[in-house]
Structures are given as structure tokens and as C-alpha cells.
Design a protein around this ligand. Structure first.
Ligand code: FUB
Ligand code: ZN
Length: 705
């Protein structure tokens, strides 16, 4: 399939921006209104030396098979994700904004205020990466604003951007922790300068698209120009720089927003730097150059951000060796190193053989991938950001290739290890996402917390606020991941009540409305409201678990292949009013792990549709210890809607056996009695909904009897 011409982001900002905003840094010319006004604006822009490409998404996503719809081409109309979008707008974002004004929260706008001279200067109160988290918060506002158009949000963005712009140094550098601490620039990669500036570039591009204003983008351009100056000579001493390298995605976003090729070159430099000089650590994927890498190692946020950045570079350059490396790594991750929930960070701390540096054969890693099949449950790290990074990477691979396997992983993360990072009320969070919490005496690991937390001030159990704004920005833009477009097709990646209103490749309007109770029910209805005047394919994703899916068009069965784990292609001349009905059977299924996953041996997990289930202690009768429960997969199992539980969920109920706890005091082992145990009916809840009823114990994997 050839390259797909996609200029939706340009069109959508055209739709939003009015002529009154055409001052200074102007949005794409058509935004300046029809006729003579637009022409006048063009002339002014040219005279002012502002390229006409400014603000436009490049006219094509060169090497991607699919393109994402524009920023406002899709919106949720309700349902599961619609509720979470609303929660993000009404609760999560206001909460973040409030907490991030606290001077001693781990992420705080106050550090930027101090750097800007807008608050009395003092020591930074936030972490070294606080700025990056502030930019993620503004990015969230931009995505919400694009759809909601709420003037209060716009004012808040203006307020934040004013602080950010003032905090920026005259040469374009901006990383408030370094500025306030007085340490030299680029002294230590853990100072997170690139992380901070990367998020700045991404947030600024989103803000520009959402508002048409260039205030933030101007800051980002200065940052991009500064980074280009520092990194384009490829200084050897900075070859291993980049921890959680959001700057690669950021530079590509800036390139796409401005059309300025040097930002793409900068992104490529950041990819090429890794592993280019001996002595780099596996911790930040600098021991082996990405194009040669065969194993997923090291910090999982750092890894997935690097891979997302490389995917973005590939989308623009088409350099095959990059895609090959990413696909190799994907196989390693998904067949040997990924949890059932889509989490990938098995280890709080560990070691990797340093493959390129003989004198120090072992390399310390943390927050990282484990060895193959090393997937402990209780001590799983699975940082929410790492899980989101995995989803972001898979969304990119999906669009590059059109392969359903990537959508499957993306969906697995979203419903499970991403959503477990936020409490149902939207104001409390988890940083780590283990698959088991048990035993009152078992110590918690770093960044674990017995209950969810709302802020990360010094009294909080966790001193890192990177995950909440990452979650918020993902919820705020997830609608855009639900569909993709190609030259001759619309792809439905995620099921959720929504409307897609876009221009198809030929320029014809396409409008579809989807209604569904997914993931609770597997029935999906899509109604065509507008269709192009020639045949178009509707590509419906058939999830890997959906054996026996069925589809009808206007009530008649279709002759179409519905193979789980692929997209089913419905190609025809569509007309307004056409009705597609898809039925994805949602059975309760029992899952076992590869025999080499020692921690899950002889156990099963329960899934229904895309949801992973867990047993949580509030659902057990008084006195029954979670560690004594084994389930009986051959028993009677059923799914039930419970309106009043956890905001409304489908629970799975079935048969279990409880073994006597007995007296373990002073003992590590005892004789096993096969006859001991009594029958019990248990209720499992969706994993994402655990830890919303106070301190509890929980397990995804359960012994099978
Ligand atoms: O690196 C900054 C933050 O700390 C990241 O988001 C986390 O992964 C942790 O490493
Ligand atoms: Zn995080």
C-alpha cells in the first residue's frame, strides 16, 4: 500500500481557529478565514518570514500504513471510555492542577515559577523531572480543550505557558531543577533535562493544534533549536544521554507541527546516539545500538519511549532497519517478558549481563524488564508510565503496519495495567502495578504503597508524580487511538461508543457512529452517516480471544473472514443508514502461563473479553485468607453485572476451594494434606478496579484445583 496522504490535523485546527487570532504566530493560512482575509494573512505571514507550513501536520505520514485521525475527528459519545474521558476532564485534571500548585509536590509548577522569577527563588521542591510532568498536565488540557473548547481551560493553559515561557533561558534551555540547583547543564543524565524538554515539545505541538496559538510552540522551537545546537555535533560525552527519552517523540512532534526538517534530524540523532560509544549501560538501552539490539533490557519507561521515538522516526524516514529492530524487540517483550495485564517492568532492581563491556560483566538496572520468563507477581514493578509507554509503542506499531497484534497489546494495557494506575474516583493513584498483594508482613518494595495516594508531598508514600499526568493525557487523547485511516479503509481499533467524522483520503467526508457496551458486552453497532462515493473497506478488529465472532450488515450475515487476531475487511459501497452489527463472544476464560514463568506455575488467571480479573480480599468471607484460595476452572462460572459495586462492573463468579490456613508460625514448610479444604463460591472483579475499598489483598493468578 502506498503512502497515505493525511492532513487532518491541519484541517482540524483550521476548523477551530478564528480570524481574530491571526496575530503574530499565525496558524495555517486557511485558519485566517475565507477569501481575501486568508490571502492577506498569507501575505503577512510570508512577509513576516513565517513559513506557511507552520502548524500544519506534514501532508503525509510517509511510511506508515495507517494514519491516526485528526485531533477532533473522533469523540466518545458515552460508554466505558466516554465516562473516563469525562472523569479526566471533570475530576482528574482539576485534581492534578491543584496538587501541582503545591510547592513540595514531586511535580510542581512552583519550580517553574521560581525559575521564571514569579515566586521567591529557593531550592526546587519537585523532582528533577517535575517540569516534564507539568508539560504533560498542559498537554492534557490541550487535548481536552480541542474537543471541549472550554475557555476556562484556555485561560489555564495561557497561565501555565506564561510561566513556562518566562522560565526558559534566553538560549532556549529549560529545565527548572537544573536552573534552580545551580548544577551545570548536561552534568548527569539523571537530571532529566531531555525528558523535561521532550515533554515540552510534545505538549506545545498539541497546544498549537488545539488552539492555533503559537505561544507554547515558540518556546518549543527555541528549545528545539537549542537542542539541535548542542546535539547535532554529536558530542561524545553526551552519547549516552537521555533517560526516559521523551525528546525523540517531542522532536518529531515539533517537526510535524512546524515542518522544519532539522527537528526530524534531531530526533534521528537521539536514536543514533544510543549505543554509539562503548560503555553505555543496559539501564537506558545504551549498551547496544538500537538497530543491533535483540533483547528488551533495562528501564521500561526509558525503553518504550526510545522505541516510540524510533517508530516516529521510521514513520518519517522509512529506514527499514529501525522497524526490523522494533519488531524483533516486540517479539521478545510479548513472548517472554510481558505480564498478562500488559505490564512489562518485572523488576524493581536487577542486573543484566553487560554485553559490550567485558571488565564489568554485570550492569545494575532498575524499574526494568526481567530476564526471559522472569515475571514475579507480588514484586512486579509495572510502573503506570511504563505500561502507558507500552501502549504508546503498540499504537505506533499498529499504525506503521496495520497489524492487529499491536492493537491487541495496546488494548490489553489500556483496560488493565494503565487503568489500575488510577482509582475509580479519579483522585488517587498507583505508581507500581503488581499482580498480587498479600501477607501483612511482606515488605512493600520501592514506590509500592499499601493504598492509593493523591499527591506526592513529602508525607506521601511515593515521591514521584510522573504517572498521574501521563494517565490523564492518555485518557484525554485515547479517542484518537480508536480508529485509523488508510487510503481505502477506515480501521476500528478500539470498541467504544463514539463518532468518527473525518475526510477520507480522497477528501470525501466519512461519518460513522459506534454504540456499544464494550468491554462489558461484545455487541457493537456501527451506523454509517456519511460515506465516500466509491467502495471503502471498514476494517473491524477481531480480538484474539473472540472465537466465533459474527457480523451482519443491514441485518444480513456477511461473507467475511472473522479470524481472531486480525482485522475483518468489509469492503463495499456504503450508503448513509447502513448498519453494521458485530458480535464478539465474551466468554469467561482461564489462562495459564508459559511453564517457565515460575511464579505463575500451576495457577490460572481469569479473563473475560479484554479484561483481566482478580480476587480481592473484600470479596472473601470474613476469616478467609486470600493465600488459601484455589479456584476450580471445571466448576460453574458466570458473569454478572453488579450495578452498585465499584461504580458498576461485570463480576465473574465461580467455584473455589479454601484450604485451611493452619498455624505457620515458626515454619516455612509443612506436610501437604491433599484432602484438606472446603468449597466456596468466589467473586472476581476486573483487575483495574482493585484497591478502591481500602487496604486489601489481591491476586490475579490463583492455584487451580
Ligand atoms: O525518570 C523519571 C521518573 O522516575 C520516571 O517517569 C519513572 O520511570 C522513574 O524512573
Ligand atoms: Zn510514572
Amino acid at each position: 500500500m502506498g503512502p497515505f496522504v493525511a492532513d487532518r490535523d491541519r484541517r482540524e485546527s483550521v476548523g477551530r481557529v478564528d480570524a481574530s487570532r491571526c496575530h503574530g504566530s499565525c496558524p495555517p493560512v486557511a485558519a485566517c478565514g475565507p477569501g481575501w482575509l486568508g490571502a492577506l494573512c498569507t501575505i503577512l505571514l510570508v512577509l513576516a518570514g513565517v513559513g506557511l507550513a507552520s502548524g500544519a501536520e506534514p501532508a503525509r505520514v510517509r511510511h506508515a500504513r495507517l494514519a491516526a485521525p485528526g485531533m477532533t475527528d473522533v469523540f466518545w459519545t458515552g460508554g466505558f471510555w466516554g465516562q473516563r474521558f469525562e472523569l479526566c476532564k471533570e475530576v482528574i485534571l482539576p485534581h492534578l492542577w491543584r496538587v501541582m500548585q503545591l510547592a513540595d509536590n514531586a511535580a510542581t509548577f512552583n519550580d517553574l515559577r521560581m525559575a521564571a522569577g514569579l515566586a521567591p527563588r529557593g531550592k526546587p521542591g519537585g523532582t528533577k523531572w517535575s517540569d516534564g510532568d507539568c508539560h504533560k498536565c498542559v498537554e492534557t488540557m490541550a487535548w481536552l480543550y480541542a474537543l471541549a473548547g472550554d475557555p476556562a481551560l484556555e485561560r489555564r493553559m495561557d497561565e501555565a505557558i506564561q510561566i513556562i515561557a518566562k522560565a526558559q533561558q534566553p538560549d532556549g534551555y529549560l529545565s527548572s531543577w537544573v536552573q534552580l540547583s545551580g548544577v551545570p547543564r548536561w552534568a548527569d543524565l539523571h537530571n532529566h533535562e531531555l525528558y523535561n524538554m521532550g515533554h515540552l515539545m510534545t505538549a506545545a505541538a498539541a497546544h498549537y493544534r488545539a488552539t492555533g496559538k503559537g505561544t507554547y510552540l515558540d518556546v518549543a522551537r527555541r528549545t528545539g533549536d537549542y537542542l539541535y545546537k548542542v546535539f547535532s555535533p554529536r558530542p561524545r560525552k553526551l552519547a549516552h544521554f537521555g533517560f526516559n527519552p521523551s525528546q525523540i517523540m517531542g522532536a518529531v512532534d515539533l517537526y510535524r507541527a512546524t515542518g522544519e526538517p532539522k527537528y526530524l534530524e534531531l530526533a534521528k540523532i537521539f536514536v543514533d546516539m544510543r549505543g554509539s560509544v562503548p560503555g553505555g549501560s543496559n539501564q537506558n538501552q545504551a549498551a547496544v545500538a538500537l538497530r543491533k539490539e535483540r533483547e528488551a533490557v533495562g528501564h521500561c519507561v526509558t525503553a518504550t519511549y526510545l522505541w516510540c521515538g524510533a517508530a516516529d522516526v521510521y514513520a518519517e524516514t522509512g529506514e527499514e532497519s529501525l522497524l526490523e529492530a522494533l519488531q524483533r524487540l516486540w517479539v521478545d517483550v510479548t513472548t517472554r517478558k510481558m505480564y498478562l495485564t500488559g505490564g512489562t517492568a518485572a523488576l524493581h532492581h536487577g542486573e543484566v549481563y553487560r554485553r559490550t563491556f567485558r571488565r564489568w560483566p554485570r550492569d545494575s538496572v532498575h524499574e526494568s524488564f526481567g530476564a526471559p520468563y522472569q515475571l514475579p507477581n507480588r514484586t512486579a514493578y509495572n510502573e503506570t508510565c511504563a505500561n502507558i509507554g507500552n501502549a504508546m509503542w503498540n499504537w505506533r506499531l499498529l499504525n506503521l503496519t496495520g497489524q492487529a497484534r499491536y492493537a491487541e497489546v495496546m488494548e490489553r494495557v489500556l483496560y488493565n495495567s494503565m487503568l489500575s494506575g488510577v482509582g475509580l474516583k479519579g483522585t488517587d493513584f498507583f505508581y507500581t502495578n503488581p499482580l498480587r498483594r498479600c501477607g501483612p508482613d511482606v515488605p512493600l518494595e520501592s514506590n509500592d504503597s499499601p493504598t492509593r495516594w493523591s499527591d506526592t508531598t513529602p508525607s506521601s508514600p511515593v515521591r514521584c508524580f510522573c504517572c498521574p499526568p501521563n494517565l490523564a493525557r492518555t485518557l484525554a487523547k485515547l479517542h484518537r487511538w480508536a480508529y485509523s485511516l488508510s487510503e481505502d479503509a477506515v480501521w476500528v481499533n478500539l470498541y467504544g461508543s463514539s463518532v468518527l467524522k473525518t475526510q477520507w483520503a480522497s477528501g470525501s467526508p466519512v461519518e460513522l457512529a459506534q454504540t456499544t457496551d464494550y468491554p462489558w458486552q461484545g455487541r457493537v453497532r456501527i451506523v454509517v452517516h456519511k460515506a465516500p462515493p466509491r467502495p471503502m473497506a471498514l476494517m473491524l478488529r477481531i480480538p484474539g480471544w473472540a472465537d466465533g465472532a459474527a457480523v451482519t450488515v443491514n441485518g444480513k450475515a456477511c461473507d467475511v473472514v472473522l479470524r481472531p487476531g486480525t482485522y475483518a475487511e468489509l469492503r463495499r459501497q456504503w450508503s448513509p443508514g447502513d448498519r453494521i452489527e458485530l458480535d464478539l463472544p465474551m466468554e469467561v476464560v482461564f489462562i495459564e502461563a508459559h511453564p517457565l514463568v515460575e511464579e505463575s506455575r500451576a495457577q490460572v488467571a481469569v479473563m473475560r473479553g479484554p479484561l483481566v480479573y482478580c480476587l480481592e480480599s473484600p470479596d472473601l468471607p470474613e476469616g478467609v485468607d486470600i493465600d488459601t484460595v484455589a479456584i476450580v476452572p471445571s466448576g460453574r462460572w458466570q458473569a454478572q453485572w453488579r450495578d452498585s459495586l465499584l461504580g458498576g462492573v461485570i463480576v465473574v463468579e465461580g467455584e473455589a476451594v479454601v484450604r485451611p490456613t493452619g498455624d505457620w508460625s515458626g515454619r516455612l514448610y509443612r506436610r501437604y494434606d491433599p484432602a484438606a479444604g472446603r468449597r466456596l463460591r468466589v467473586r472476581l472483579i476486573p483487575y483495574f478496579a482493585w484497591a478502591n475499598r481500602g487496604r486489601s489483598q489481591m491476586t490475579v493468578w490463583l492455584p487451580a484445583r
